[in-house]
Design a protein around this ligand. Structure first.
Ligand SMILES: CC(=O)N[C@@H]([C@@H](O)[C@H](O)[C@H](O)CO)[C@@H](O)CC(=O)C(=O)O
Length: 308
């Protein structure tokens, strides 16, 4: 791992491998790390987030996963970011202390979403209490209003945030409100925050307004293709970048119509990588055989600009 290196480029929001009977399966994480690096050219991970079913795991499971990712990623990955958000503040603080102790590259926190913060001050108070438990670890706010229902604008949240959270480094922005993202980027140029976009099907639009990279589920299996999009964008070859975005969009729009979420991501990742990711945990239920067959056929039918 590379301490001090800015978080940018693609970050895979990892799934949590599980055994057929629903226990976390740490034994495949080494293979998972190797697969991301060698097959997808993805060298950063976001662990225990939405895709990782972090909020469906208990504290011990979250800590074991964090440890395994940090251990296996130590000499191979650039960043291992651990999501430590929870509904309970002490639980989130415990996870933050643990992430610091094991040497995670960063921590991220989602807004509590049962009793919700009513305004910016309440949200910052919660985030601050977690961040202060890991005073030497870069801190990221994880904004995902479609799932949390917490719609406090990030532009507002960032105003003066360093006074409260000196370790604040950036935002994982999983929302379609690109005006909010644009204002965040525009107003925080001096701060050098990282803005990582989390709606994979719209990443190119976020890059155009200055996002530094992305955290998402599809970079587990479309990381190599999306990296080619990032390269085309960096070379100002917008026509090529669009082709990649349109094709990932074509796949996602196809699977979204069939019903797409974490369970389906686990199934896709299993057939693409060959690593058994197992079932999701209830209340999520596994992808159907029909979904798997259709998704596999669709993915195989796509002709990418690099000829694959
Ligand atoms: C709602 C949701 O799960 N969003 C995903 C996206 O990567 C999403 O799967 C993708 O854009 C396809 O819609 C990520 O933003 C979630 C994420 O990064 C995480 O697992 O923490």
């Amino acid at each position: 791992m590379t301490p001090g290196k800015k978080l940018q480029g693609l970050v895979a929001a990892t799934v949590t491998p599980m055994t057929p009977d629903g226990q976390i399966n740490l034994s495949v994480i080494r293979q998972y790390v190797d697969y991301l690096v060698s097959e997808q050219n993805v060298k950063s991970v976001f662990v225990n987030g939405t895709t990782g079913e972090g909020l469906s795991l208990n504290t011990q499971e979250r800590q074991q996963l964090a440890e395994e990712w940090v251990c296996q990623g130590k000499d191979k990955l650039d960043h291992v970011i651990i999501h430590v958000g929870a509904l309970s503040l002490p639980e989130s603080q415990e996870l933050a202390r643990h992430a610091a102790a094991i040497g995670a590259s960063g921590i991220a926190v989602i807004a509590p979403f049962f009793f919700k913060p009513a305004n910016k001050d309440e949200l910052i108070a919660f985030l601050q209490k977690v961040a202060s438990e890991a005073p030497a670890v870069p801190f990221y706010y994880y904004h995902i209003p479609p799932l949390t229902g917490v719609k406090i604008r990030v532009e507002e949240l960032l105003d003066g945030i360093k006074e409260w959270i000196p370790t604040f480094q950036g935002v994982k922005f999983s929302d379609t409100d690109l005006l909010d993202l644009a204002q965040c980027i525009n107003k925080n140029e001096r701060e050098q925050f990282a803005f990582l976009y989390g709606v994979d099907e719209q990443l190119l639009s976020a890059l155009a307004i200055g996002a530094n990279g992305a955290v998402g589920s599809t970079y587990n299996y479309l990381g190599r293709k999306t990296n080619l999009m990032l390269q085309a964008f960096a070379k100002s070859d917008l026509a090529l970048a669009r082709k990649y975005q349109f094709l990932t969009g074509e796949f996602l729009s196809f699977v979204i119509k069939l019903g797409f979420g974490v369970a389906q991501t686990k199934a896709i990742m299993t057939f693409v990588s060959g690593i058994p990711m197992g079932p999701p945990r209830l209340p999520l239920v596994g992808a159907s055989e029909e979904f798997i067959a259709k998704a596999q056929a669709k993915l195989n039918s796509i002709v990418w600009p690099d000829g694959d």
